[in-house]
Design a protein around this ligand. Structure first.
Ligand code: NAG
Ligand code: NAG
Ligand code: NAG
Length: 384
């Protein structure tokens, strides 16, 4: 079915009919969890978040994550854009030349980005797999996945779980867990595309204000592979140590790939501390503020330079967007433009497996008998 759908898609794309629904599979059922002032929906495909509602400064619920209204499209149009709202793994971000060595054995993973790097676990990363619904309560939901030894070139059969929960303090918590039966590498993350304005006043996130207490970033080459250096952000466009609008220095930020303008960088937290907020972002328009606590030492911040106006803005978003209108036919369909969102991935130093000089703890190695864990929490409030 996967192959047939792709063929239909290619043909449809060629005919310029990309947005025509392709009736190839059933829509995924959304599973919803809620607490006071927060409600989130998920599907098994990619353990993906499809909607996240929090109140704006006027008390109006706003859906602040990008996605598809029609859940079939997550699978059928998996590349538009990739990783939409999904869990990425088994090794998030890039692996240089799709090559790494564990205990003297060299492994090769698919070169699914520009034929030169592995991105987010390969062609069929965890974002493209159907996870199993393991457990569901009113405020929490758990998805599980088994990935066999050799899947996408990685050694070891791994079992992973991701538990999402919400609480009355307007928080969304994510707990990741993983085990293996043979030494492997593991780095999981969540690839939500955020727009805290919910497209109510602006299509881009230029005026969103961002604070990242990171004094260094991972220097990368044109293919976004680390050169090995950790460089000070001082005096560069990558300095978010004092909050500033994302758009302020965006045109000067060019370390995001070949011919790219914007951000796609791994920020090294100055003082990693899971008890303190390690990032804040807010939209002045809605007042919605996102603050993140994590036990990870780094963040990848991506300013959606690759968005190109092909992903429709959901019916639940925009000035009229609301739960009531989710099924309404929209006359003036709008699309997410370049810089219409941002992604924040809590994670380890990128490609740590190929940069042992940073320390063994950043390599992402996982042995049988050990457990990979990660905790991240996203707290929503109104910025005053
Ligand atoms: C890249 O990987 C290929 C095998 O897939 C290997 O032959 C080649 O030597 C590697 N290149 C570098 C620069 O590591
Ligand atoms: C990757 O390389 C193959 C074989 O050389 C080529 O057919 C394909 O078009 C390339 N893909 C990309 C995305 O560059
Ligand atoms: C996931 O489920 C959908 C819908 O049942 C199906 O079309 C697709 O082939 C499945 N994907 C994989 C990788 O098994």
């Amino acid at each position: 079915m996967q192959i047939v759908s792709s063929l239909i898609l290619v043909t449809a794309a060629a005919a310029g009919l990309l947005m025509t629904p392709v009736n190839a599979c059933e829509p995924y059922k959304k599973h919803t969890i809620k607490a006071k002032g927060i409600e989130a929906s998920f599907i098994e495909y990619g353990a993906t978040i499809t909607n996240l509602w929090v109140n704006d400064k006027d008390g109006v619920p706003r859906d602040i994550v990008l996605g598809w209204d029609d859940t079939k499209q997550y699978n059928l149009q998996a590349g538009l854009p990739g990783f939409l709202g999904a869990v990425v793994g088994r090794y998030a971000n890039r692996i240089a030349n799709g090559t790494f060595t564990i205990d003297g054995t060299e492994y090769h993973t698919p070169l699914n980005e520009n034929n030169i790097t592995t991105l987010h676990g390969g062609d069929m990363g965890f974002n493209r797999l159907n996870w199993t619904l393991v457990d569901k309560g009113k405020q929490d939901i758990t998805f599980g996945l088994t990935s066999a030894n050799g899947d996408e070139g990685f050694p070891g059969t791994v079992d992973v779980r991701v538990k999402y929960s919400v609480n009355d303090n307007q928080e969304w918590h994510i707990d990741y867990q993983g085990t293996t039966d043979k030494e492997t590498i593991m780095m999981l993350s969540q690839h939500t595309y955020w727009n805290l304005d919910a497209f109510t006043t602006s299509d881009t996130v230029d005026d969103h204000v961002l604070w990242i207490p990171a004094d260094k970033y991972v220097k990368t080459d044109g293919s976004l592979i680390p050169t090995g250096e950790l460089v000070e952000v001082d005096g560069t466009a990558l300095d978010f140590q004092k909050e500033k609008p994302i758009g302020r220095d965006l045109k000067e930020a060019k370390e995001c790939g070949f011919d790219c303008v914007g951000y796609d960088n791994c920020f090294i937290l100055s003082d990693p501390n899971k008890e303190e907020y390690q990032l804040k972002a807010y939209a002045p328009s809605t007042g919605i503020q996102l603050a993140i606590k994590t036990d990870q030492p780094a963040f990848q911040f991506y300013s959606c330079g690759g968005l190109d106006g092909t992903l429709p803005i959901k019916k639940t978003q925009g000035p009229e967007g609301s739960k009531k209108h989710a099924h309404r036919r929209r006359q003036d369909q709008k699309y997410v433009p370049q810089y219409g969102c941002f992604v924040l991935e809590t994670e380890e130093y990128i490609d740590g497996i190929n940069n042992p000089q940073w320390g063994k703890e950043h390599m992402g190695l996982l042995k049988p008998g050990e457990e990979y864990t990660q905790h991240a929490e996203y707290h929503f409030s109104i910025h005053h």
